[in-house]
Design a protein around this ligand. Sequence first.
Ligand code: TMP
Ligand code: ASP
Length: 242
Amino acid sequence: MSKKILYEGKAKQLYETEKPSELIQFFKDDATAFNKKKHEIIDSKGVLNNLISEYIFIYLDKNNISNHFIKRLSPREQLIKRVEIIPIEVVVRNIAAGTFSQRFGIDEGKHLPKTLIEFNLKDDENDDPLVSEEHMKVFGWAKSDEIEIMKKNALQINMLLSDLFKKINITLVDFKIEFGRFHSKNVSEIILADEISPDSCRLWDMSSNEKLDKDRFRRNIGGLIEAYKEVATRLEIDLSNI
Ligand code: TMP
Ligand code: ASP
């Protein structure tokens, strides 16, 4: 099967399939941070993210969160529904960390009074700027009803994932998700797309507060693969082939 590459991102590639409505999502080993200013290849990260993201998308689907995942094809590939990606990163925060802490001078680890949703425009050239709902509407990146669907889904996903991770002694600090417009016949539906993995979440061990996510790379802590394997093992994902 000769596959035509459609899109190459920092950590993933998308390929066409024979079916116009389906794509292959390939997970690379590239780790980047600060808009690619920091870049490394970390052996088997792509395989772990493929497995963890598969597990989470199946779990969300079982809990009525429509998403693009169809099935895993290989250690690094999954078959997904083709969507038109809404160019917005939806960030959900339960606890202050990362750019939020920097922006407001609030210590990392402080619980927010209420779950916060933020939006960043997917625009590497301008370092994914923070945008408001007004920006999204005025510039046409997302319509009002689409924004409402993304917010409602983001909060539901937060509850489901917080619950899932709590059961394995992990605190879900924050995460980033992306949505797409899935067009079929005459209907268009907003569904969850991209990936959910320790690359796109902050996950802290509940007992020790140890970081089990990409901050180990961003902050030069080391041990990224061990941390991702720990998350996968606690989720009871089979790692016998890694
Ligand atoms: P931040 O504190 O760096 O803004 O990140 C918030 C959350 O979003 C964190 O879990 C990491 C995730 N994230 C991504 O997945 N991709 C990105 O490009 C950024 C900036 C954050
Ligand atoms: N968007 C960031 C980058 O690749 C990744 C991150 O910090 O999560 O530079």
